[in-house]
Design a protein around this ligand. Structure first.
Ligand code: ATP
Length: 315
């Protein structure tokens, strides 16, 4: 993958702030309104830079997508889906990365986003080896709350994985990377035809299956189960030497829990990582979001110092 060409980075230099006049809000409509500091990460067709807004001195993450790359790799739709999803969801829920502005110049598209200074959930788990029961419960609850919210807005993420769960300054989650999302024109998220989207170790079997290849909000529930497995085990459930082997394991539901995997987490994973999309916990009409929220993983506690999830004060 070739990343977008990012503006020249400036490091360790005091950033001048040019205050706007009281009557005019500070402008955020071109790359010249920002001083670019350093590269935060690199996606398949984008570069994400930390940048300071010259008008306010505030720091943001600016995702830069090269137009030439998008056209060459036939990913123009990816960029417009990401922008549309963020425009619809931005500022509506604390678990979703906020988009402050979107603009373009001759070469690139720019999305100005919340800066997530602590990296992503995958990095956290890799650093720690695995997460404690309490910590895995807190992060899973935030992911569930955020995913249920986006579904209520008629959007399926379809590429949910720990790498797309960023961590804000308070170590709470910010879901990002909506380029593979499905946006229902009418809010209806019942199963429908789809092309392959997602990432090898987290993609649901129905998106792999050549015959059915359907998408519905159920694919995100599969990915929540896989993400919980990863947090507790420290490695993906369907990790393999290549994507093809991962896909084979997914279709055969071939994974094993390592020793010491918390019982309540195991039960939740087993109810989410289910081959039949209609049988997953939380998926209507056989189950419901309320049933998912009420699962013992969130409500039962292991001792005096442990607390159950309070969904009303989660954030
Ligand atoms: P992919 O190839 O996985 O689809 P992408 O092109 O959609 O990636 P992102 O996942 O949005 O790109 O971003 C690439 C990387 O940049 C992320 O893995 C993360 O490390 C970093 N990054 C993205 N957004 C932010 C942000 N708001 N704050 C801090 N870092 C970020």
């Amino acid at each position: 993958a070739s990343p977008a060409t990012a503006p020249t980075a400036v490091t360790d230099v005091p950033v001048p702030v040019s205050p706007a006049s009281p009557s005019q809000p500070p402008k955020m409509s071109s790359p010249q309104d920002f001083t670019f500091l350093k590269e935060l990460g690199c996606g398949s067709w984008s570069t994400v830079m930390e940048a300071v807004h010259r008008g306010t001195g505030k720091r943001f993450a600016v995702k830069i997508l090269s137009k030439a790359q998008l056209i060459k790799q036939k990913k123009v739709k990816y960029a417009s889906v990401e922008k549309d999803a963020l425009a619809k969801l931005s500022g509506t829920h604390p678990g979703i990365v906020k988009m402050y502005a979107a603009f373009q110049d001759e070469t690139s598209l720019y999305f100005v986003l919340d800066l997530a200074p602590h990296g992503d959930l995958a990095d956290l788990v890799k650093k720690q080896g695995s997460l404690s029961l309490r910590c895995a419960r807190w992060y899973t609850a935030q992911i569930v709350d955020t995913v249920l919210w986006i579904h209520s807005k008629g959007i399926v993420h379809r590429d949910l994985k720990p790498e797309n769960v960023l961590l804000d300054p308070d170590m709470r989650i910010k879901l990002t990377d909506f380029g593979s999302a499905y946006l229902s024109p009418d809010g209806d998220l019942s199963p429908r035809a789809s092309t392959f989207v997602g990432s090898a170790a987290y993609v649901s079997p129905e998106l792999l299956n050549r015959a059915s290849k359907t998408t519905s909000n159920s694919s995100d529930f599969w990915a929540i189960g896989c993400s919980l497995f990863f947090m507790v085990a420290g490695h993906p459930a369907f990790a393999a030497i290549n994507d093809y082997q991962s896909f084979r394991k997914i279709e055969a539901l071939d994974y094993t829990f390592p020793e010491g995997f918390y019982d309540s987490a195991k039960d939740l994973v087993q109810r989410l990582v289910v081959l039949d999309p209609s049988e997953r916990l939380g998926v209507e009409p056989k189950s419901s979001p309320a049933e998912l929220r009420a699962h013992a993983f969130f409500t039962a506690t292991s001792g005096d110092t442990d607390t159950p999830i309070r969904w009303d004060t989660l954030w």
